[in-house]
Design a protein around this ligand. Sequence first.
Ligand SMILES: [Cu+2]
Length: 416
Amino acid sequence: MRYQNRTTARALPGALTLLAVATLLFFLMACRGGEPAATATPAFSLPTALPSPEAVPAAGAAEATAARTSDYWDGPTTWEPEDVSGLERVTQELVAPPFLPQHEQTYDGEPRVVEVRMVIEEKEIEVAPGAFMWAFTFNGSVPGPIIVVHEGDYVELTLVNPSSSELLHNIDFHASVGALGGGSLTQVGPGQEVVLRFRAVKPGVFVYHCAPGGTMVPWHVTHGMNGAIMVLPRDGLKDPAGNPLRYDRAYYIGEQDYYLPRAADGAFKRYDSPAASLVDDLEAMKTLVPTHIVFNGVTGALQGDGQLTANVGDNVLIVHSQANRQSYPHLIGGHGDYVWERGGFNDPPELDLETWVIAAGSAGASIHTIRQPGTYVYLSHNLIEAFAYDAKAILVAEGEWNNDLMEQVKPPGPIQ
Ligand SMILES: [Cu+2]
């Protein structure tokens, strides 16, 4: 249905243009006071019958009815409360990004309790050569690990703040409902742990982040304390027509903006402890001008040894989060074949996008069908942020080159 509607929407401007041109020609002829000579050769052929307004829905109406068709989405799912003690429990071993934990793309059984454990670690990292910062992390990585569950499942998180920490931390899940996303129920000081269970009632990709209150919130978030969760529909991802859509591999990219204080000579300052930079950090943050914008924690993390890989023919899923700032994902040399720009899997994916937007404090997902081998650059298409900062990742694909899609007809050489 949606494909038909899209076709109609695309054809409509053409039909309206023809109608306008025909009207203009008629008007010009009338002004010149007569019918065209029978021998005149028209520059184009008018259709024998132009569509009547009733026959063609307005473009807006076509798109509106296509947005959520009954065969795509039949209303919000309401979840009956479960006796959690009777549900199957599974432990999800979280892994460092850009990888995702082992998971099934569909799951049609009873809701499960998915147990995850995150240990907070305050650690000094080198964001870029010579630029050190105390990162506040979930499980030691920036971004934190991505959690993957299915709609209706329960996430049961054990959050551990070791006694070696200096600071109080917590976690706010955008995927959850209530208590500031769990933030007010998960405040853990050094030497404490807490267990939070929430139900993943909305399918999509969502940010989580530390949110200890006041300016501590942006301070912790811009020190790397954020990550994402993917809540898959129980019957998996779908194309706009409702057909199953599967991925062959998946990556998680967490984009991070940092605001590192500088000394009088312009060099980045280095601090002895996690809390020592607070006063300077707040001043740097309030410029709203990041000193660094990187994918996955540090400059070049997803390039060289860390580059992403794929094979020709793969559907590659990329989950992209930005907890504090906007971003403009773009795949140089390819497209977003299916894009959930706002991250909600109850929405049909947009098709064939060149660039899209990740809103501040959100995650989006895209599937890229790899059609050519070689090097792709996945970046934020504010190109200053991509190249003068380092908001980019490299994806290298292997396989057979397709000359039909692109061919260098003549290599560079002297002008002839
Ligand atoms: Cu924190």
